[in-house]
Design a protein around this ligand. Structure first.
Ligand code: ZN
Ligand code: ZN
Length: 252
């Protein structure tokens, strides 16, 4: 069994075909899904999907790109959404200095405010990091009780090691299958009990589907690639990543 720990099922291309998307996933033995919000509005859409499906869970959070659009009271809305049983994490939150769609100062403020909710509720965070390694590490070190996952990891071994030391899990997505990927060396160093897999659907479709709409069934391709790089069996990767997801997100 596999858990896709990061997908965005509320986007039209997936939501409008959800039944088929889920049945294709089940055919690949992908049986659990974490549908990750990127702002308050789509976190609510995510919640309505997860409340209707036993094997889909949700997170609520404001993405760094959306940080510039927060409204007063958004933290209270996060608290309210976290009361639902299928809401299991705060995310996706983080920093993105590659695109800088929101001003970095706003990104950092919104990132911290949401980590504080996670700390208060004792829930894990799902974070996004692009070209922001040192600020990510600096901010996370201010909240030593908080743990979570570095989603779509694409940084260096040094950053991975700092995150592992702080108790974080490292999640890999379809970009590990791309020809120019530098991630093999990083993957080899991550202990089996700290790895997760994800698709980031509808983005980041793995080879040979690169450029097409991604969907959770393809988390299997990510897991197969991890097995190949780590030189372990596919069954081991499936078992560990599924159990790691249960452990981090306290899934049934
Ligand atoms: Zn992301
Ligand atoms: Zn995402």
């Amino acid at each position: 069994m596999l858990t896709d720990t990061h997908c965005h099922l509320f986007y039209d291309n997936l939501k409008n075909d959800l039944e088929n998307v889920l049945s294709r996933a089940n055919e690949m033995n992908v049986t659990r899904f974490i549908c990750v919000g990127t702002n308050i509005k789509d976190s609510k859409e995510s919640l309505s999907i997860s409340e209707d499906n036993q094997n889909i869970f949700s997170s609520v959070g404001v993405h760094p790109h959306d940080s510039k659009d927060i409204e007063e009271g958004y933290i209270e809305e996060i608290y309210e959404l976290m009361e639902f049983e299928s809401m299991i994490a705060i995310g996706e939150i983080g920093l993105d200095y590659f695109r800088n769609i929101s001003d970095p100062e706003i990104q950092k403020k919104v990132f911290r405010q949401q980590i504080e909710v996670a700390q208060d509720l004792n829930r894990p965070i799902i974070f996004h990091n692009r070209d922001a390694d040192s600020d990510i590490i600096e901010i996370l070190s201010d909240y030593p009780e908080v743990i979570g996952v570095a989603h779509c990891f694409s940084s260096t071994i040094e950053t991975a090691n700092s995150l592992l030391e702080m108790g974080y899990y490292i999640s890999f997505s379809g970009n590990i299958t791309f020809k120019n990927s530098h991630l093999s060396d990083v993957i080899k160093t991550i202990p089996m009990d700290r790895i997760l897999v994800e698709t980031d659907s509808p983005y980041l479709s793995p080879e040979p589907h690169r450029g097409k709409t991604n969907e959770p069934s393809r988390v299997r391709i990510v897991a197969e690639k991890l097995a190949e790089i780590k030189n372990v069996s596919f069954e081991d990767i499936a078992k560990y990543t599924h159990e790691n997801a249960s452990e981090l997100f306290q899934l049934p």
